[in-house]
Design a protein around this ligand. Structure first.
Ligand code: 5RP
Length: 236
């Protein structure tokens, strides 16, 4: 399948193919969102259809739910599954402590809920996602639409006291309109360039009224499977 792929897709596919080895018959599996996670859903679908693997999948977005159903994976809600054996998801950045920035695809809230309700979180990523320090990728923060400009101003005020390099924020758009998450919230992207203390920032952001969740995943990821453009894979 990987012969005609671009190097980046080859890397994503290789990571996904390796990561599905964590999935065993009968497991309840969190299904991440994004282009890398989509490869994982396709790989799992192949195992379901061709090897008779029986799993229950809990998707982290409507996009992933649609793809999982198309692939023949049984989809259940998190409340039906109650707890998950493993979640496999992509990331926008990961550092040496396996802390992450997620939410580039706008699904950070469901992704964090699902990953936290799992015995194990496996992240799949191409090598370009590895960073010495988080923050080059804009940090997504999900906010409720009510009073979002006030919430954004409070976020900017809060950033003044934080160990970050940039402090501009932008409302994520879908065309001319605000991008809407699956929960009908907005996303404010924080352009920080470097986050000195991700743990502190994650805690402080979530204390601001109107903030629903932020895209920093601290101490949630257990393993990162890194794919290379030539199809090689490294597990950390
Ligand atoms: C979606 C996410 C994705 O996992 C993240 O954006 C990585 O996506 P991709 O695999 O397409 O690079 O957090 O909310």
């Amino acid at each position: 399948m990987s012969a005609e792929l671009s190097p980046i897709d080859k890397a994503k596919f290789a990571a996904a193919k390796r990561a599905v080895q964590y999935v065993e018959d009968g497991m309840r599996v969190g299904l991440g969102t994004g282009s890398t996670a989509a490869w994982m859903v396709r790989c799992l679908g192949e195992m379901v259809r061709e090897e008779g693997l029986q799993i229950k999948g809990v998707p982290t977005s409507t996009r992933t739910a649609d793809l999982a159903r198309q692939m023949g994976i049984e989809v259940v809600t998190l409340d039906e599954a109650k707890w998950l054996d493993v979640t496999i998801d992509g990331a926008d950045e990961f550092d040496g402590q396996l802390n992450l920035i997620k939410g580039g695809g706008g699904a950070l809230l469901q992704e964090k809920i699902v990953a936290t309700a799992s015995d194990m979180m496996v992240v799949i990523a191409d090598a370009a996602k590895e960073v010495a320090q988080l923050g080059a990728f804009p940090l997504p923060v999900e906010v409720v639409p009510f009073g979002w400009q006030t919430t954004r101003a409070l976020i900017e005020e809060t950033l003044v006291g934080m160990d970050v390099l940039g402090r501009t924020t932008t409302l994520r758009l879908n065309g001319q309109k605000p991008f809407l998450t699956d929960e009908n919230n907005y996303i404010v992207d924080l352009h920080l360039n470097r986050i000195g203390d991700p743990r502190q920032l994650a805690l402080v952001l979530n204390q601001i009224p109107g903030v629903v969740e932020n895209g920093l995943f601290i101490d949630i990821c257990d393993v990162v499977v890194i794919g290379q453009g030539d199809g090689r894979v490294e597990v950390r």
